[in-house]
Write a protein of this length. Sequence first.
Length: 160
Amino acid sequence: MRRLIGAIAIAAGMACSGPHVEVPAAPPDAITVRITADQPWIDTDVKVTRGQRLDITATGQIFWQARGRSAGPDGINGEPPWLLGDGGLMARIKGSNRVLEVGARTTPLPASSGRIRRQHAPAPLTMPATGTLELGFKHFTAGANTGGFEVKIWPVNQTR
């Protein structure tokens, strides 16, 4: 009986695991921008065009002094891809009001289609306008904030 239960558990684990999915690694020529939590938006000097697709990943930690809380690029209590928490990484085109929720984008995301569940890499971000890319923090709160994020940015290969 134990062998039967063990075999069923192994088979169930194999059926649920699915193919291994990895988030694309930043290429060597990716642009690296370091942003600090002392201002709401940082000009990256990265020029983008409307419709251009970018892969962006972020790592690091900030401490919001006014809230007494730390946050990574997904924000406080953030749940990618559904919720970017306060302090999470955001992007916009300078002069535009449209804000993109970015987050860390460093781990595969769950997806559901009926009874089939598969992980997938985060989709590239499509730029909503032409201009200079700015990075910032969701619901920025001024104060003696510390830390920052290291952000890698690279254009998506259109033949992907």
